[in-house]
Design a protein. Sequence first.
Length: 762
Amino acid sequence: LVRFDMRIGSFAPFVASQPLNDLTNIVHAAVQLGPDRWMLNLDERLVVLDSGTFSAGGMLLGKGGLYRTANGDLLIGSPGSVHVARYRPDRMEELHAGPALPNRYSVPTLANDGYWVTQFYADRKVIRCDRDGRELLMLPFPVENPPAEPFLLQLARHGKARGTLWIGSTRGLWRVSGDAGELRLAELDLPGLDTKRPNITAMAEGDDGTLWMCLGKDGVACYDAVRGSARWVFRNEQEGELFLSIARLDQDHLFAVRRNATPLLMRKDGTQTIAMDATAELQRLYAKLSGGLATADGGVLVYTAGLGLARFERGTRPEELLPDRSWYLPVRPVFSHAERDALGRIWLTSDRGAYVLDPTTDALHALDPLHGIPAANSSNVSVSPDGEVLLLGERTLRFAPSFRPLGDSLSFAFRSVQISGIDRTGEALSGVAHTMFPANDLTVTFSSVSLFAGDVFTYAYQLTQDGRAGSVVKLGKQRMLNLLGLSPGTYTLKVIAEGTAARPAVAQLTFVVGPAWWQTWWARAVLMVLGVALVVLVTRQVIAARYRRKLRALEQERAVERVRMRIARDIHDGIGSGLTKITMMTRQLSGDPVQAQRIARASKDLVNELGEIIWTVDPRNDDVAAFVAYLRSTIGKQAEDLPIQMVSDLAYDPACARTSLPPDLKRNMLLVMREAMNNALKHSGADRIDVILSIDPQEVLLRIQDTGKGFEVDQAREGGNGLHNFRKRAEEIGGTLEIRSSADGTVVELKVPMPSTNVGIT
């Protein structure tokens, strides 16, 4: 590399290795990082030149390129891959004074003028450091066998013991009072516990300075620092799982996480302990729990060893926690510790780097080299009273309260668009794709591009048809969508990509599914006209068929009428004239005038009866008006010259005047009337007989009522045929007969349904 000074016109070579030959000091690519700072691909290794000094050879690159983006990110090319060196975000600084060891935990002082650090596993001690990490005070732990491993730190910020540093260890609770205090043991005297130095696995402070502690597998205890007394909150009487963390939810409740078991929600006074619900999915999550803490809104966030995070919100009851949301990371970080800062953000440490969960966006930001944080492993996080965050791990990093992690950008696009198997990608992405039936099946593939978001994206889609938006459908990790059998309309397809850190990205396309030819307005109009024509044609055919049936019925009826008229004429002209001749001849007999009179009377009766038959058969007498007139004449003749009052009430609906009555109905009703009148004249001794006839479109009613002495209907004379004949005639014409008799008289009532109107043609 050669530098040319334009002010004095001189060249200055920069040689990284000696002796100089053709195979060394070859710069394949270079980018400027600052006024006198360069990044070089020197001899196929990544080298930094800073103020004329070369750093040691780093990554082996080959003949790869270097590129610096506008925001300061450095892209480093190598065979088969591109590496990224992110620029460091603002409001973060690295502390170089103190050693960054994985076996150290820290907590800021109350005045935020330094840190307390505990060191374990080797050279166990408590260290007081200044803000830059330089050691100010060292308090060694006593050498014991087995040793007390000081894993936990809790600085009292409330109550009378404010400022006390509590150290939780595998062998008891220790305390340091004041910045220059001594390390002392605080014994815990709890009933049922065989030691005053139990294994303390988690600690949390209450608003009054009370210390809440998880004691290994034994349960949860409360320690009053002023009185030096302890009590049980939850005592695990049986063999159980190790308690991993304790969090204060509100004034009354604590939340405890156990290994391989459901978390517990407990009252601080020890009166109630509730295990959270455990569905099959949650059971799998609970098997990998590594801790939990309270969120700013009173909910709970639990973290796991490899299965991500899960958040629970408070339910309607104080003791209720309901699943809200989960985050899964493909790198499967093992989370070990978490704290909440003044903005409600939750900082988490893991073997894959630190993370920040922002509750305002639900984005989980990674704090690793890809995001400008020079640490790939972190073990402990602590928050100072004024909101500063200290992150310990491979390095010691301090973040100001206004720190904002580098966000991940997400690009999302459609890869292909197929409509019924035909590629329409260009048309669909450049504008609106138009299709026609049967091309109404849509297949879309899509993908996401994010340079720094190293997680798996999930997808969802929403389909809008003719302005009506459908519901959002989750696709999971599926990157292809099939929509089959779409109905005609204008569609907008919106596909959403989501990740744990990047903001959701949306891509959409618009397409139109045209109707089939039979779905167009003109096709529907033609089909409607054809349908109406078909209905008219079928209707005409049905009407014509009915008309023909009526014609056939009318012809048959007229044929029957012609036969009846011929029979009436033949009876009248043949048999009737003969009977009349016999009657006349018997009147001329002189040998036996009595016998001759009998023959003449019988012949006359026969002629009368024959006349009734002729009247009945003759179709000219079939209508209701003729029938009523004939009954009125018959009643008058039958009551002639008799000492009895005969009253007739014969009426019919004028609408029925021309309605035809069958011959059998006329004859049977006539005979029933005559027989009932004869019975009343012969047997009842009545002085009055009422004959009532009523005809309407529904029914024919005949009632014969006398004022005689009556009789026992059930004990009628054996051998008599009158009542039997009444019922028989009623059955023949489909009617009902009712006979009622008492000392006040007898009533014979016949009801016959009105027959259907005869078919006629006008």
